[in-house]
Design a protein around this ligand. Structure first.
Ligand SMILES: [Zn+2]
Length: 76
């Protein structure tokens, strides 16, 4: 059975790229047996989502700026 260290590595890897079938299976197997790693997996997902929100907020902000500058100034 894969150790927690290996499972954590896969969890972090999973945020960056698709896991291979083999990796997914061994991670899932480990998570089904290890409560600590299940908790850790949730934290990883949470962190990842928070990061995505932050990035999309950044790109939203720059989009807003761009549209304000190039915005139509219709007076009619
Ligand atoms: Zn574990």
């Amino acid at each position: 059975m894969m150790m927690c260290k290996g499972a954590t590595r896969l969890m972090s890897l999973k945020q960056d790229r698709r896991l291979t079938f083999q990796e997914r299976i061994s991670l899932r197997l480990h998570l089904s047996m290890c409560g600590a790693c299940r908790q850790c997996d949730r934290q990883f997902a949470l962190l990842h989502r928070a990061g995505e929100r932050f990035e999309s907020r950044l790109s939203d902000a720059s989009r807003d700026d761009a549209s304000r500058q190039a915005g139509p100034e219709r007076s009619e």
